[in-house]
Design a binder for this molecule. Structure first.
Ligand code: FES
Length: 412
């Protein structure tokens, strides 16, 4: 994540440029990325009972850690500073990363409501059991792919914390990852050059259980349509490393791994990763199970509505035949007179238009704000998840519309 202006660093800008969204992201960024926490973000952090921290160890390995305590353990002492009072868990490398001046990434997320906020910043003060973070950049995030879970503290004195370190994923851990629907990823672009846009990022990833493919020590992970910031993948361009954290929601344990990454751009033939726009590979270098460290229990509430989209897309071939949805279509953007072949792998009409160099208006990118509304001149479109908004018959929300006929004319 870049600091202030420029809003995006070289790796992030590289990917935005590669997929044709650099211009609109430069235009959009000042509206969503701020050097301070707006009032509502400050209050949001203060009501959280857990927090994810992205950090980097002395060898340059990123890690994600979870901190927790009763709500109020995070205090916004100003619009640019958070004070966090929590002890690190046994074995957590965060205890060694907390140093004055260290870059960290913070993800405030309430899994129950699917609300989240992210920031990158630096530690500016350390005390026993607490530290202060000064914000470089903060922004809200949409709720996409977040499975809703409620949490309650369940102090169980019988639980004995234990750390198991490893350099190979055993079968049990492979199966655990392969069945996960949620994890957290840390990445960074630190080079020690003290460039003003160096930083650490931590982000949420979710999908249908099985969305991560595991083979021995290597994971293959789909990159779904998101906010087009490319904080994580942009960092991978600069520093091809990632730290991942998985919560075992059925026990009190946490899996932390760190390793190298590579981006896989071509997903044309990656059928098991339908709807992925890119993939990334993760190869383990080292990891640890922190057993019995979280004094909390989780209750699953519901999968993300966007997971439903992913789930349905797993059956795309079957559904496309049953519902007669075309897997390719001729799309004509009439005002700009661009005509191109669309394929299912090209995503929504907004993503397709951006790929063709157009800069349509957008806001939420999830069918909630109406900013991307345009007129359909001919043809039909479909929505994987029906937008929750009244639309005129010829209005479409291109952020979530895909062609449903072999030829579509959009007034854009
Ligand atoms: S961008 Fe908000 S509805 Fe499309």
């Amino acid at each position: 994540m870049a600091a202030k202006e420029p809003f995006f660093h070289r790796g992030e800008a590289f990917i935005q440029d590669k997929i044709g969204v650099k211009a609109q992201m430069a235009h959009f960024a000042p509206r969503v990325i701020t050097p301070e926490l707006p009032e509502q973000h400050q209050r949001f952090y203060e009501q959280l009972a857990y927090l994810f921290v992205g950090h980097v160890d002395e060898q340059g390995n990123p890690w994600v850690s979870i901190l927790y305590s009763q709500p109020g353990f995070i205090k916004a002492t100003s619009c640019q500073q958070l004070n966090i009072s929590a002890d690190t868990t046994l074995g957590d490398p965060l205890s060694r990363s907390l140093k004055k001046g260290a870059h960290i990434g913070i993800l405030g997320i309430d899994l129950a409501s699917r609300r989240r906020n992210r920031l990158s910043g630096k530690i500016n003060k350390l005390a026993a059991g607490s530290f202060d973070v000064t914000v470089d950049q903060a922004f809200g995030n949409c709720s996409k792919y977040i499975q809703s879970r409620s949490m309650r503290f369940t102090h169980n004195k019988a639980l004995v914390p234990r750390v198991d370190s490893f350099t190979q994923l055993d079968i049990k851990t492979q199966q655990f990852i392969a069945s996960a629907d949620t994890f957290f990823v840390a990445s960074h672009n630190l080079k020690g050059s003290k460039e003003k846009n160096e930083g650490v990022d931590v982000s949420h990833r979710g999908g249908v259980p099985g969305f991560i493919h595991v083979k021995d020590n290597t994971l293959t992970i789909p990159d779904y349509s998101g906010n087009q910031h490319f904080n994580t993948l942009g960092n991978f361009i600069e520093q091809p490393k990632a730290g991942l954290l998985f919560i075992d929601f059925n026990t009190h344990s946490v899996l932390m791994v760190t390793g190298s990454v590579n981006i896989i751009w071509n997903v044309e033939n990656a059928e098991r990763f339908l709807n992925a726009q890119r993939l990334w590979g993760f190869t383990l270098e080292k990891g640890m199970w922190l057993h019995n460290v979280l004094p909390m229990s989780w209750s699953f509430k519901s999968y993300s509505p966007f997971n439903k989209v992913l789930q349905e897309s797993r059956n795309t071939n079957k559904d496309s035949v049953e519902k007669n949805y075309p897997k390719s279509a001729r799309v004509h953007f009439t005002q700009s007179d661009i005509q191109e072949e669309w394929k299912d792998s090209k995503g929504t009409l907004l993503e397709f238009a951006e790929n063709k160099g157009l800069t349509p208006k957008f806001g939420c990118r999830q069918g909630a704000c109406g900013l991307c509304k345009v007129k359909l001149k001919s043809g039909k479109v479909r929505y994987d998840a029906q937008p929750n908004m009244a639309l005129e018959e010829d209005d479409i929300l291109i952020c979530c519309a895909k062609p449903a006929s072999t030829s579509v004319e959009v007034i854009l």
